[in-house]
Design a protein around this ligand. Sequence first.
Ligand code: NAP
Length: 303
Amino acid sequence: MLDLAIIGGGPAGLAAGLYAVRGGGDVCLYEEMFTGGQIVKTHRIDNYPGISDGPDGYALAARFEEHATAFGLRIEYGSVSELDLLSNPKRFTFNGQTVEAKTVILCTGASPKSLGIPGEKELTGHGVSYCATCDGAFYKNRTATVIGGGDTAISDALYLAKLCKQVYVVHRRDALRASAVLADAALKTENITFVWNSVPEAFLGEGKLSGVRLLNRVTGEVSDLQTDGVFVAVGVNPRTELFKEQVKLAENGSVETDAHMQTSVEGVFAAGDVRNTPLRQVVTACADGAIAATYALEASRVK
Ligand code: NAP
């Protein structure tokens, strides 16, 4: 039986793994596809202390993984199912085998929100995307539109502005939520045009996106903006499908924890974007992971 099972291999899970192996625990990290989580979709990370060369998220995630595995972290790839957090030990099925662990840290992260407007489902992958780093190259020398005003939207717009002829940012208010550094850079970029106080009502096109129908919330005017691609960046949903009936969730759907990152269930911890947190950054996810691993190991020793 493991002392600790970590579910999810983004920054929170990898930091938890590093702390747990260095703390002497018998620990394994279970990751569905590849380590790094949402940061692998980020083209530049400028705000992780001590790393000022602005690596892309993929490179930073690779460094995290290398660091944790160098200290002995085991990482297994596959899908976790039938998770029972209420039993002692905790149990789940992984690639057809039952795994038992004294404690668990949930690091399943968050996935991009959709808008739920007409045309979105049909045109996803045909002009509508949720990842500028993944799909931006399709719009080289063409026109792209980003929906949202947060850090993701504005860093996507800056990335796309280097590739595209013209980038529009459609935001529902007249002030950005994104951090000042990103916002100032975008406002100064010549080929980024802001469309303020506007929300998308429908994505247009048959089989291929041709534009987006916008409603101006101040004037009530409806207009069609022609664009080759749309990048939806309107926030994230915590990924709790596996365990939402077993641990207490906040109203916004994220996992409630105490200051030790313990959830409502003894021996079960949560860290990173899946947790009810006021700031979703790489550095806060890593800090959550470190705290969760420290107290999970402590809990495993009294069991
Ligand atoms: P976010 O901060 O929640 O921003 C979402 C944006 O989408 C907001 O501007 C919001 O408008 C808008 N929005 C939400 N629902 C909408 C809807 N239905 N229609 C139109 N617009 C809508 O999400 P995020 O930008 O994905 O960032 C998530 C977390 O990751 C944040 O904590 C962020 O700081 C972090 N992050 C950090 C970095 C970085 O540091 N480089 C990069 C990416 C993400 P309002 O402003 O009006 O609410």
